[in-house]
Design a protein around this ligand. Structure first.
Ligand SMILES: Cc1cc2nc3c(=O)[nH]c(=O)nc-3n(C[C@H](O)[C@H](O)[C@H](O)COP(=O)(O)O)c2cc1C
Length: 186
């Protein structure tokens, strides 16, 4: 299987990057091929421009080279994996910009063959994420509202909670979980 792994975090030594690296190690251990997109490092422009807006509803719209390149990377992958921190109970603006621009109308009829995994790191602990159905709401947003709207075949969320925990043991546990997710990913 070929996985397009997209990581979103401005800091290369972030826990988000460490989780992504362990997940990718697991995927490779499992024999999968990985294409890595690091939105900040690779300089993706998340601002939705006038050019993006022109004729956006037309699935046959001809996109500029930056967007076309990212659309082709999706087409070449069997599965799309996003690793990102929870910011304001949503995806960071960088990732939202990527989704608005790259998951465009021209992709929708081709996304029904793709699987999507959202690996989200949250500062909140379990009890915090349970309150007001925060975890459930996030899963609904990502799986139904974002993936579902794009006609994705299968979408799931793995929420890594309590990332602000100071204990080394907790962080090691999160990294181990990321590695296992990669090893067991089908
Ligand atoms: C701008 C910003 C917004 C955040 N919003 C939330 C939030 O809504 N809920 C939450 O549980 N944690 C929130 N956090 C905490 C992040 O989820 C946490 O810093 C991240 O999971 C830790 O990973 P990192 O070390 O890779 O940044 C926020 C952090 C930042 C910087």
């Amino acid at each position: 299987m070929r996985a397009l792994v997209t990581v979103t975090h401005p800091r290369q030594n972030s826990l988000t990057h460490a989780v992504m690296n362990r997940f990718v190690e697991g995927l490779q251990q499992n024999g999968h091929e990985v294409d890595l997109l690091d939105l900040h490092r690779d300089g993706f422009n998340p601002v939705y421009t006038l050019e993006d807006d022109r004729d956006w509803i037309n699935p046959d719209k001809v996109h500029g080279p930056e967007i076309r390149k990212e659309m082709d990377r999706i087409l070449a992958a069997d599965t799309l994996v996003f690793v990102f921190p929870l910011w304001g109970y949503s995806v960071p603006a960088m990732l939202k910009g990527y989704l608005d621009k790259v998951w465009n109308m021209g992709m929708f009829e081709k996304m029904n063959a793709k699987k999507v995994l959202w690996i989200c790191l949250a500062g909140g602990e379990q009890a915090h994420m349970d309150k007001y159905k925060r975890e459930e709401t996030l899963a609904h947003y990502l799986n139904i509202l974002i993936s579902g709207y794009a006609r994705v075949k299968e979408s799931r969320v793995e929420l890594l909670k309590g990332t602000l925990h100071q204990s080394e043991e907790h962080v090691i546990g999160l990294l181990e979980r990321a590695y296992r997710l990669g090893c067991e990913y089908e």
